[in-house]
Design a protein around this ligand. Structure first.
Ligand SMILES: Cc1cc2nc3c(=O)[nH]c(=O)nc-3n(C[C@H](O)[C@H](O)[C@H](O)COP(=O)(O)OP(=O)(O)OC[C@H]3O[C@@H](n4cnc5c(N)ncnc54)[C@H](O)[C@@H]3O)c2cc1C
Length: 414
């Protein structure tokens, strides 16, 4: 058996580890554009010089030797011939496989803003090369605009802030981190960022960038007509899955990315997928788990992605921690939102028909573990006769006579 894995990040690396764990003898080839293994989640610490390349690595330093993998680093897959089970590389070289794992993640999408594609001073914030370029930008740029105030955009702004560079955030949504936070929780960060000198524009986009004769951006014009001086744009507002090399192969993709089932299998029996390349659940833990599940099935040990509770995010900016679970801005019929606030904490829980569907915690995350269990296990909290913020494990955690655990809420009132 010969396994080929495309991509050396969360999904690919964990896929390789699992393949080697389950199959001690087969050949494994890892092909990646990345020349090093690093965590994208902590790229801002590289920008701020808080960590070096070695400290970004999330794998064993001798990974390739340890897992006996032939790592073709700095190489790019440009096509696949499924019939012949061949991967085509950028120089025309081919690599054969019996089972292939596609874990190629995604790339920055530059939106169709007037002149933006033509400009030479535009960067994403996804790869180590982006951050190398931004380190140089930070040395001289005075007016850096970060397009998008999602998790990646805020990470980027924090990296710059640590270097003493105060960026301007421009976000189409009404508040920052609009997928993770409600307006109230977002405001805590917005106020804190403002105190640090970060300028912020919400509910507007960049309509146009004004270029000089060298195609360098000098000004950005927002959709409400505001004009901002600008000498660099970081695009964090959109991503697209890296599936372009699948064109014409017959392997099924959707408008989000690669399609695969809960075992990781794509429309081709010998090809699996994992991680951000699906475009559906772009977070680190999901990529890790999908890499492991797909690799396990490739090695003949059946496994499924079943119990994953994807929509969870924890963050800590400027010393303010927050946790977001499920859908925190749902306005579905029948949803009840309950809020508990103190001077330095904010909690909101959304529930419907006795089930918690979403929650935001800020300042004090102590209740997060219980909430995760309540949401993931779809526990009926309607039966618990106490405030929703005070439920504890004893309200739903039980042990059967044979010492097996089970979770269920029980009305303990007489
Ligand atoms: C700045 C930033 C901060 C983030 N913060 C968080 C966070 O706090 N928490 C969280 O859960 N998630 C976070 N994420 C998301 C998380 O990093 C991703 O979900 C995760 O990296 C996905 O892993 P992956 O293996 O699927 O793909 P990627 O990490 O995108 O890696 C793709 C791999 O494929 C390779 N590749 C791509 N195309 C080709 C090709 N054609 N041929 C060969 N190789 C190719 C690349 O070189 C790379 O090795 C963050 C992401 C970014 C960018």
């Amino acid at each position: 058996m010969k396994y080929v894995v495309l991509g050396s990040s969360a999904a690919g690396i964990n896929g390789v580890r699992e393949l080697r764990k389950l199959d001690k003898d087969s050949e494994i080839v890892l092909i990646s554009k990345d020349k090093a293994i690093y965590s994208r989640c902590i790229l801002h610490h590289y920008l701020s010089n808080e960590r070096n390349m070695e400290q970004l690595c999330f794998a064993e330093q001798d990974f390739a030797d340890l897992f006996r993998v032939n790592w073709m680093k700095g190489r790019s897959c440009t096509g696949i011939k499924p019939e012949e089970r061949l991967v085509i590389l950028e120089n025309g070289e081919t690599v054969s496989y019996d089972k292939l794992l596609i874990a190629t993640g995604s790339h920055t999408f530059v939106p169709p803003v007037k002149n933006l594609k033509k400009a030479c001073n535009v960067t994403g914030f996804r790869n180590i090369e982006d951050v190398e370029a931004l380190k140089a930008v930070a040395q001289e740029a005075e007016n850096v605009i970060v397009m998008g105030a999602g998790l990646v955009g805020i990470d980027c702004a924090m990296g710059f802030l640590d270097l003493g560079v105060k960026v301007t955030l421009v976000e189409m949504a009404g508040w920052l981190l609009s997928k993770q936070l409600d307006e109230r929780a977002a405001k805590t960060y917005q106020d804190a960022f403002e105190r640090q000198g970060i300028k912020q524009y919400y509910g507007v986009g960049i309509a146009e960038v004004v270029l000089d004769e060298d195609n360098r951006i000098r000004e950005a014009i927002l959709t409400d007509g505001t004009r901002l001086p600008c000498d660099h744009v970081v695009v964090t507002a959109g991503v697209r899955s890296n599936v372009e090399f699948l064109e014409g192969t017959g392997i099924k993709t959707s408008r989000f990315g690669l399609i695969y089932d809960e075992t990781g299998k794509t429309s081709n029996d010998n090809i699996y997928g994992a991680g951000d390349v699906s475009g559906t659940s772009p977070i680190w833990p999901a990529a890790v788990k999908e890499g492991i599940v797909a690799a396990s099935n490739m090695a003949g040990v059946p496994r499924k992605m079943t119990d994953f509770f994807a929509s969870k995010a924890t963050m800590n900016f400027l010393g303010i921690p927050s946790m977001s679970l499920g859908d925190v801005n749902s306005n579905e019929d029948g949803i009840t939102a309950e809020v508990r606030e103190t001077e330095d904490s904010y909690k909101k829980i959304l529930h419907k028909d006795g089930k918690i569907v979403g929650a935001v915690l800020q300042g004090d995350l102590a209740y997060g573990g219980i909430l995760q269990q309540l949401i993931a296990r779809k526990i009926d909290v309607g039966k618990v006769k106490k405030p929703i913020f005070d439920i504890d494990y004893s309200d739903f955690f039980h042990i059967k006579e044979n010492f097996e655990f089970y979770y269920e809420s029980v009305d303990r009132q007489p």
